[in-house]
Design a protein around this ligand. Structure first.
Ligand SMILES: Nc1ncnc2c1ncn2[C@@H]1O[C@H](COP(=O)(O)OP(=O)(O)OP(=O)(O)O)[C@@H](O)[C@H]1O
Ligand SMILES: [Mg+2]
Length: 377
């Protein structure tokens, strides 16, 4: 057997009771660096009190050239997150990540520096556990390491589904009589902006065989809706941003009986016009459900036959795509119809974004000195 990697070694400490060697003045950070939205948690080494708990849209805005003084706050050259979105008219917006990994290194560095400004000034050493898509390779980790150089002094990269399971662990224990520890045996379905990732978590770090990833998620749904809407309403001047806004309000996979009419107001020649996007949104959401179902069935098919009945009891859907109305029930129904025995699908809901960061902070608290990778510079 090959020697365990630092990451694998760190995975084991999360389930044991080893006392970590973290100093009191060290700042521990849990980071879910999402394509769409990032979640940042931070606490002092030995404290349980959260000093930082913040969600920041993963967007960097660069001021347009020739912009007049006083237009952007503080005449900033670069803005981030909500501020960048707010001033989008005067900025070139860049998403540093695509499909969960860094796509624009400069913007990623800027974004990491921005994260530092959200942490306390007198932080001392900063150690961060950072979630990575389960499918990410060495190059993706190298890019992430380079981006956070000078921001964090030590890091551990951990697959996101594992962190989500760890963050979610114990949450339902009290109000769920059939509670099963998600870290021990669960199937995670994470529907993000850039990718859908399905991953089996069985008490150890997921390997390549434990997961499937496809570049088909919220962004692809937006494109499907936009393409269909442009055929129906060629003059409406629809944009991806507008489509996404309407989708997030009316997304649904419940068929005709559950679907509310999705009426959007667009401006045509300066005048408001109402258009009906119900059918286009339903088609986009149905395509995502079908893709997710296919990936889930394929992965369940790969699971160890001894663990599969318990695994099917712990199918957990997370990510922004999981907020589509009726998604959990529809996925469960499809799995049942496919012949899987008694599947149970749960949806993490609005708070989904916190679980990865929370799991990352738990890992940071429990990691030992030797698990951390130094970042020089
Ligand atoms: N209510 C909703 N209905 C449908 N889709 C939604 C809803 N809310 C958010 N989304 C979609 O979820 C996606 C964002 O999900 P999430 O925040 O999990 O992405 P991410 O973690 O940043 O991306 P990735 O995991 O690909 O790196 C976007 O495409 C967004 O439009
Ligand atoms: Mg994500």
């Amino acid at each position: 057997m090959s020697k365990p990697t630092t990451i694998q070694a760190a995975a084991r400490v999360t389930s044991s009771a080893i006392v970590p060697a973290t100093a009191t003045d060290t700042l521990l950070v849990g980071l879910d660096w999402g394509t769409n939205l990032s979640s940042l948690h931070a606490a002092r080494g030995t404290s349980t009190e959260l000093l930082v708990q913040e969600q920041i849209p993963t967007i960097v805005g660069y001021a347009q050239e020739n912009i007049l003084d006083g237009v952007l706050p503080g005449d900033a050259r670069v803005l981030f997150g909500k501020q960048a979105q707010k001033h989008r008219q005067h900025m070139r917006l860049v998403r540093p990540l695509q499909g969960g990994v860094i796509a624009d290194r400069e913007a990623a560095k800027e974004f990491a520096r921005h994260l530092r400004t959200r942490l306390p000034d007198n932080a001392g050493e900063i150690r961060a556990v950072i979630g990575m898509p389960a499918s990410s390779d060495l190059a993706a980790r190298e890019n992430a390491r380079a981006a956070v150089q000078g921001v964090f002094q030590k890091v551990i990269f951990v697959p996101e589904p594992f962190l989500a399971a760890l963050g979610y662990r114990d949450d339902d224990r009290l109000n769920d009589s059939e509670y099963q520890d998600p870290v021990l045996n669960s199937l995670y379905v994470d529907i993000g902006a850039g990718s859908t990732d399905v991953c089996i978590v069985q008490g150890r770090y997921p390997t390549v065989d434990d997961q499937l990833s496809a570049p088909f998620a919220g962004d692809a749904v937006d494109q499907i809706i936009l393409d269909a809407a442009q055929i129906a309403y060629p003059d409406a001047g629809l944009t991806l941003a507008k489509v996404r806004e309407v989708k997030e309000k009316y997304s649904c996979v419940m068929g005709d009986e559950g679907q509310q009419p999705a009426i959007a107001t667009v401006m045509v020649g300066g005048k408001p016009m109402k258009i009906d996007l119900t059918a286009q949104i339903a088609a986009g959401c149905a395509a995502l459900l079908q893709k997710t179902f296919e990936m889930t069935s394929e992965l369940v098919g790969r699971a160890d036959p001894d663990s599969v009945s318990e695994l099917l009891q712990n199918v957990i859907v997370t990510g922004g795509g999981s907020l589509i109305r009726g998604f959990g029930v529809a996925l469960q129904t499809k799995l049942l119809e496919e012949g899987f025995e008694n599947p149970r699908v749960r949806v993490l809901g609005q708070g989904y974004k916190e679980y990865v960061a929370r799991g990352a902070l738990k890992t940071a608290r429990q990691a030992q000195d030797r698990h951390w990778q130094n970042i020089l510079g």
